[in-house]
Design a protein around this ligand. Structure first.
Ligand code: ADP
Ligand code: MG
Ligand code: MG
Length: 252
């Protein structure tokens, strides 16, 4: 079993007007096999949380801690975090000109495992994963995220998830910009990997729609850099009915 433990996390970013506090004391514990949905209005700090877990240098940790099975995540480099099994699917995945999907995946796998995967079984796994995600085989020879549609970018993130099999997946608005068919395929992919590996999932989303396909064990409502309320999946239903207004008006 793996546990990610976030305690009283405070994070700021450097802006032109100086340092701006974004996360103002976040507590969150995710065990393997659990799906935690973090929901909240735009600008509440959801992506900041995701990037901070993954180790993006822009985000300055002012206080609190993140541990993974007791190891100090904040002391690890981005690579060390990936090797420990932490995976981030970014809200806005970046282009990597000149690097094909196929090479990118193999390089990532090699970096995480510390050795290159055996070629034949690897090719078979890539092919199977792409078929599961209804991706055309020519996709693997395209450059990472170059000219990808929104749906292709998100499928590519789930393809990485399938092949890298992390212990903790942080999925930042993986549902945004997907039509219903793509949403279902992407959600099935997440559920499939979770069933195979018992990974923990931190599913960040603005909308309740994806939670019909990926059923959360816990829902955390994020407002102004803090968890304003938490509950089970029934909380998602309430958010769908009532929106975030109640939380915003309460000025939490
Ligand atoms: P969310 O993902 O919930 O929409 P973010 O974590 O992206 O929220 O942003 C939280 C806050 O931090 C917002 O007020 C946003 O304007 C600010 N912020 C995030 N990134 C930057 C940045 N690169 N420069 C300035 N402000 C930023
Ligand atoms: Mg946003
Ligand atoms: Mg965001």
């Amino acid at each position: 079993m793996s546990t990610l433990e976030i305690k009283d996390l405070q994070v700021s970013i450097e802006t032109q007007e100086g340092s701006k506090p974004i996360l103002k004391g976040v507590d969150l514990t995710i065990n393997s096999g659990e799906i935690h949905a973090v929901m909240g209005p735009n600008g509440s700090g959801k992506s900041t949380l995701a990037y901070t877990i993954a180790g993006h240098p822009r985000y300055q940790v002012d206080g609190g801690s993140i541990t993974f099975d007791g190891q100090d995540v904040l002391a690890m480099s981005v690579d060390e975090r990936a090797r420990a099994g932490v995976f981030l699917a970014m809200q806005y995945p970046v282009e990597i000109p000149g690097v094909t999907v196929s090479n990118f995946l193999r390089t990532a796998k090699t970096a995480i495992d510390g050795e290159a995967p055996q070629l034949r079984p690897w090719i078979t796994s890539v092919r199977e994963a792409m078929t599961d995600l209804r991706m055309d085989s020519t996709f693997s020879e395209r450059n990472v995220n170059e000219g990808f549609s929104g749906g292709e970018k998100k499928r590519h993130e789930i393809l990485q998830l399938e092949l890298l099999q992390p212990r903790l997946a942080v999925l930042d608005e993986t549902d945004s910009g997907l039509d219903v068919d793509a949403l279902r395929i992407v959600s099935e992919g997440v559920n499939r990997v979770k069933a195979k590996t018992d990974m923990g999932v931190l599913l960040i989303t603005h909308y309740t729609r994806i939670l019909r396909y990926i059923e959360p064990d816990f829902v955390h409502v994020f407002v102004d850099g803090k968890v304003a309320e938490q509950g089970g999946k029934e909380l998602a239903q309430r958010l769908e009915d009532e929106g975030y207004d109640r939380f915003l008006k309460a000025g939490v």
